[in-house]
Design a protein around this ligand. Structure first.
Ligand code: UDP
Ligand code: MG
Length: 139
């Protein structure tokens, strides 16, 4: 099934000029970028995005980090895009990520782990709509 998923290149990776390398890995995997922009979230905007994690002990630190610098947001499209992009990202904690994944290559730690990817069709739809207007997506 053709799916769309939300990709964020997080502040640690944008800061180290890795956005291009990460988007290159995504494109080389065969996933298509159908929307793309750079933005800098406020703390409330980061809290809104990660609302599902608001009871977790790392929520305050995570939302401070996610609003600490610019991010790149993209919508990826392709056959089974949600699972394929999660596989390409690697495990949340880079210590557990497989060789060749984005997080194994670039993540600094479990929080500053370089990329976000949606985890299911329902969350993908909500997350894409959080960042992109319909008219900002091609195809
Ligand atoms: N996170 C963290 N500490 C943890 C688990 C997660 O700081 O123990 C951060 C990390 O940046 C992660 C994000 O919270 O990417 C969202 O967590 P989730 O479990 O949804 O991981 P993901 O879907 O990003 O792999
Ligand atoms: Mg998640």
């Amino acid at each position: 099934m053709i799916q769309r998923t939300l990709c964020l290149v997080k502040p640690d990776a944008v800061k180290r000029n890795l956005a291009g390398a990460i988007l290159d890995m995504i494109q080389k995997s065969g996933l298509k970028i159908v929307a793309l922009k750079m933005l800098h979230l406020s703390v409330p905007q980061a809290e809104g995005f990660y609302a599902v994690h608001k009871e977790r002990p790392f929520f305050g630190s995570l939302t401070a980090y996610m609003s600490s610098g610019p991010i790149v947001a993209a919508v990826l499209e392709g056959e089974d895009a949600i699972a394929r992009y999660r596989t390409l990202m690697g495990a949340t904690n880079p210590a557990n990520a497989d060789a060749g994944t984005i997080r194994k290559l670039y993540a600094e730690n479990v929080e500053a782990n370089s990329v976000h990817g949606s985890d299911a069709p329902e969350t993908a739809a909500v997350e894409i709509a959080y960042f992109f207007h319909t008219l900002e997506m091609v195809g």
